[in-house]
Design a protein. Structure first.
Length: 176
Protein backbone atom coordinates (compact mmCIF):
# COMPACT_ATOMS: atom_id res chain seq x y z
CA UNK A 1 0.00 0.00 0.00
CA UNK A 2 1.38 3.39 -0.97
CA UNK A 3 1.63 5.95 1.77
CA UNK A 4 1.47 9.67 1.13
CA UNK A 5 3.15 12.09 3.46
CA UNK A 6 2.55 15.79 3.70
CA UNK A 7 5.04 18.20 5.09
CA UNK A 8 3.96 21.01 7.40
CA UNK A 9 4.00 24.49 5.85
CA UNK A 10 6.94 26.58 6.95
CA UNK A 11 5.63 30.05 7.94
CA UNK A 12 9.08 31.64 7.66
CA UNK A 13 9.63 30.25 4.15
CA UNK A 14 6.10 31.23 3.11
CA UNK A 15 6.69 34.78 4.37
CA UNK A 16 10.03 34.95 2.51
CA UNK A 17 8.46 33.72 -0.76
CA UNK A 18 5.61 36.21 -0.36
CA UNK A 19 8.08 39.05 0.25
CA UNK A 20 10.18 38.16 -2.81
CA UNK A 21 7.09 37.91 -5.05
CA UNK A 22 5.83 41.28 -3.78
CA UNK A 23 9.21 42.93 -4.34
CA UNK A 24 9.46 41.55 -7.87
CA UNK A 25 5.92 42.63 -8.69
CA UNK A 26 6.57 46.17 -7.49
CA UNK A 27 9.94 46.32 -9.26
CA UNK A 28 8.59 45.04 -12.56
CA UNK A 29 5.57 47.31 -12.57
CA UNK A 30 7.90 50.29 -12.83
CA UNK A 31 9.57 48.79 -15.93
CA UNK A 32 6.42 48.44 -18.03
CA UNK A 33 6.25 50.55 -21.16
CA UNK A 34 3.22 51.92 -22.91
CA UNK A 35 4.29 50.34 -26.19
CA UNK A 36 4.22 46.57 -26.26
CA UNK A 37 6.53 45.32 -29.02
CA UNK A 38 5.12 41.81 -28.85
CA UNK A 39 1.45 42.75 -28.79
CA UNK A 40 0.53 39.97 -31.22
CA UNK A 41 2.38 37.33 -29.22
CA UNK A 42 0.10 35.19 -27.02
CA UNK A 43 0.66 35.81 -23.32
CA UNK A 44 1.05 33.03 -20.78
CA UNK A 45 1.91 35.19 -17.78
CA UNK A 46 5.11 36.77 -16.57
CA UNK A 47 8.36 34.88 -16.97
CA UNK A 48 8.68 35.25 -13.19
CA UNK A 49 5.29 33.83 -12.31
CA UNK A 50 4.76 30.31 -11.13
CA UNK A 51 1.14 29.56 -11.91
CA UNK A 52 1.30 26.29 -10.00
CA UNK A 53 2.62 27.86 -6.77
CA UNK A 54 0.23 28.69 -4.00
CA UNK A 55 1.20 30.70 -0.99
CA UNK A 56 -0.75 29.67 2.05
CA UNK A 57 -0.50 31.85 5.08
CA UNK A 58 -1.70 30.45 8.36
CA UNK A 59 -3.32 32.94 10.68
CA UNK A 60 -3.90 32.11 14.32
CA UNK A 61 -7.05 33.66 15.70
CA UNK A 62 -6.71 34.52 19.35
CA UNK A 63 -9.94 35.08 21.17
CA UNK A 64 -9.50 37.62 23.92
CA UNK A 65 -11.36 36.67 27.05
CA UNK A 66 -12.10 39.27 29.69
CA UNK A 67 -11.72 38.40 33.37
CA UNK A 68 -15.13 38.75 34.96
CA UNK A 69 -14.16 37.25 38.27
CA UNK A 70 -15.23 34.18 40.16
CA UNK A 71 -17.62 34.29 43.11
CA UNK A 72 -16.17 33.66 46.58
CA UNK A 73 -16.37 30.24 48.17
CA UNK A 74 -17.77 30.33 51.72
CA UNK A 75 -16.85 28.09 54.66
CA UNK A 76 -18.39 27.02 57.95
CA UNK A 77 -16.99 28.24 61.27
CA UNK A 78 -13.50 26.88 61.96
CA UNK A 79 -13.62 24.62 58.84
CA UNK A 80 -11.74 24.38 55.57
CA UNK A 81 -13.90 21.68 53.96
CA UNK A 82 -15.64 22.52 50.67
CA UNK A 83 -19.37 22.88 51.32
CA UNK A 84 -21.89 21.35 48.89
CA UNK A 85 -23.22 24.81 47.98
CA UNK A 86 -19.72 25.74 46.72
CA UNK A 87 -19.52 22.90 44.17
CA UNK A 88 -21.33 24.76 41.31
CA UNK A 89 -19.11 27.81 41.86
CA UNK A 90 -15.97 25.68 41.77
CA UNK A 91 -17.08 23.75 38.67
CA UNK A 92 -17.71 27.05 36.88
CA UNK A 93 -14.33 28.33 38.07
CA UNK A 94 -12.60 25.20 36.77
CA UNK A 95 -14.28 25.60 33.40
CA UNK A 96 -13.27 29.27 33.18
CA UNK A 97 -9.69 28.60 34.24
CA UNK A 98 -9.27 25.63 31.89
CA UNK A 99 -10.73 27.41 28.87
CA UNK A 100 -9.12 30.82 29.28
CA UNK A 101 -5.90 29.82 31.02
CA UNK A 102 -6.06 32.62 33.56
CA UNK A 103 -3.62 32.50 36.44
CA UNK A 104 -5.31 33.24 39.74
CA UNK A 105 -4.47 33.93 43.34
CA UNK A 106 -6.78 32.16 45.75
CA UNK A 107 -6.90 34.01 49.06
CA UNK A 108 -8.12 32.38 52.23
CA UNK A 109 -9.96 34.59 54.72
CA UNK A 110 -11.47 34.15 58.18
CA UNK A 111 -13.70 36.00 60.56
CA UNK A 112 -12.14 37.95 63.44
CA UNK A 113 -12.58 35.28 66.12
CA UNK A 114 -9.40 33.48 67.18
CA UNK A 115 -5.77 34.57 67.26
CA UNK A 116 -4.09 36.16 64.25
CA UNK A 117 -1.72 33.18 63.88
CA UNK A 118 -4.56 30.67 64.03
CA UNK A 119 -6.61 32.63 61.50
CA UNK A 120 -3.68 32.91 59.07
CA UNK A 121 -3.23 29.13 59.24
CA UNK A 122 -6.98 28.55 58.77
CA UNK A 123 -7.07 30.94 55.80
CA UNK A 124 -4.19 29.03 54.21
CA UNK A 125 -6.01 25.69 54.71
CA UNK A 126 -9.12 27.18 53.08
CA UNK A 127 -7.19 28.47 50.05
CA UNK A 128 -5.33 25.14 49.74
CA UNK A 129 -8.63 23.24 49.92
CA UNK A 130 -10.04 25.29 47.03
CA UNK A 131 -6.84 24.84 44.97
CA UNK A 132 -6.87 21.07 45.59
CA UNK A 133 -10.53 20.84 44.55
CA UNK A 134 -9.88 22.79 41.33
CA UNK A 135 -6.81 20.66 40.58
CA UNK A 136 -9.04 17.56 40.88
CA UNK A 137 -11.27 19.17 38.26
CA UNK A 138 -8.31 19.47 35.89
CA UNK A 139 -7.00 22.98 36.53
CA UNK A 140 -3.18 22.91 36.39
CA UNK A 141 -1.55 23.74 39.73
CA UNK A 142 0.72 26.16 37.84
CA UNK A 143 -2.31 28.41 37.23
CA UNK A 144 -3.09 28.78 40.92
CA UNK A 145 -1.28 30.47 43.78
CA UNK A 146 -2.59 30.63 47.32
CA UNK A 147 -2.26 33.27 50.02
CA UNK A 148 -3.84 33.69 53.44
CA UNK A 149 -5.05 36.99 54.79
CA UNK A 150 -6.70 35.47 57.84
CA UNK A 151 -8.88 38.18 59.40
CA UNK A 152 -6.94 41.09 57.80
CA UNK A 153 -9.28 41.71 54.82
CA UNK A 154 -12.87 41.39 56.00
CA UNK A 155 -15.71 41.51 53.48
CA UNK A 156 -18.03 42.82 56.19
CA UNK A 157 -17.39 44.78 59.38
CA UNK A 158 -18.96 43.87 62.69
CA UNK A 159 -19.28 41.11 65.21
CA UNK A 160 -22.49 39.54 64.00
CA UNK A 161 -23.12 36.09 62.56
CA UNK A 162 -24.01 37.68 59.19
CA UNK A 163 -20.65 39.52 59.04
CA UNK A 164 -18.70 36.47 60.19
CA UNK A 165 -20.34 34.30 57.48
CA UNK A 166 -19.28 36.75 54.75
CA UNK A 167 -15.70 36.85 56.08
CA UNK A 168 -15.19 33.04 56.12
CA UNK A 169 -14.31 32.72 52.43
CA UNK A 170 -11.81 32.13 49.66
CA UNK A 171 -11.56 34.81 46.97
CA UNK A 172 -10.22 34.62 43.42
CA UNK A 173 -8.08 37.41 42.00
CA UNK A 174 -6.31 37.57 38.67
CA UNK A 175 -2.56 36.99 39.18
CA UNK A 176 -0.34 39.87 38.15
Amino acid sequence: MKRQTFSQPNPILNGLVLSVVAALTIGLSGCASSEDKDANKPTTGSEFSDAGATVVEEVEVVEEVEWTGIAPVYFDFDKSDIRPDAVPTLRGAASTLNEAGFKVVISGNTDNRGSEEYNLALGERRAASVRRYLANLGVPMSQMTIVSYGELRPAAQGNTEAAWQLNRRANFDLAQ
